[in-house]
Design a protein around this ligand. Structure first.
Ligand code: URA
Length: 209
């Protein structure tokens, strides 16, 4: 099953590398499909590749990536244990914000990846990925507050972007506290999934008068 999932992620990545569905691929060195485990409990979604990510074809390998790895270390998790992706798969020129039409064009790739991985927790990093699940929300209000839904049950978990915490050290305490909650959140989703499965398997009682 996991080999199959890994092969499916690989297939998606190969198709992402050929993608010209918006103009962002122009002038880039590499697409950045995402990387990590096909059976990850946690998927992190950032904004878009920057200079270093474009060079290597891997997400979060610059300063933000170093900080994300430090954060994961706080909960004894390595980046290979999770899956890391972005809302757009090619680097926006000069690191500008991705536009709504580019995010829309790219959306189906992330949908396909999430459909393969089916993580317990989808952790959004910053406002662009947060907007996928929490439209019109303010990150300063909702960071660290999970919402549960879907089938199988999933926790959508909004976090600050690592670059924001690097720019503004005042955010780091909150960012680190939010990260430390992840293991409990994964455990909670597992429990809810088990309850959901048990309820689905319980035959409904037929009343025989
Ligand atoms: N910032 C992001 O949002 N994504 C990356 O891959 C790197 C930096």
């Amino acid at each position: 099953m996991s080999e199959d999932a890994a092969a499916r992620l690989q297939d998606i990545a190969e198709r992402v590398r050929l993608c010209q569905e918006c103009g962002l691929y122009q002038g880039t060195t590499n697409a950045v499909p995402g990387s990590g485990s096909a059976t990850a409990d946690i998927v992190f979604i950032g904004e878009g590749p920057g200079f270093h990510e474009d060079r290597l074809g891997l997400p979060f390998v610059g300063r933000s990536g170093d900080y994300l790895e430090y954060l994961l270390g706080l909960i004894d998790v390595h980046r290979d244990d999770v899956f890391i992706a972005n809302v757009v798969k090619h680097r926006p020129p000069d690191n500008r914000d991705p536009r709504a039409d580019e995010i829309f064009a790219c959306k189906h790739w992330l949908d396909e990846q999430l459909d393969v991985i089916r993580p317990a927790v989808i952790a959004t990093l910053g406002r662009f990925s947060m907007a996928r699940y929490f439209p019109d929300a303010r990150i300063s209000r909702i960071h660290g507050k999970p919402r549960f839904g879907g089938s199988p049950v999933t926790a959508w978990y909004p976090l600050f972007h690592p670059a924001a915490a690097l720019r503004n050290p005042g955010l780091r305490r909150d960012m680190e506290a939010d990260i430390r909650r992840l293991p409990d959140l994964v455990a909670e989703v597992r429990q809810r999934r088990a309850q959901q499965q048990a309820a689905d398997e319980t035959p409904t009682q037929l009343s025989l008068f």
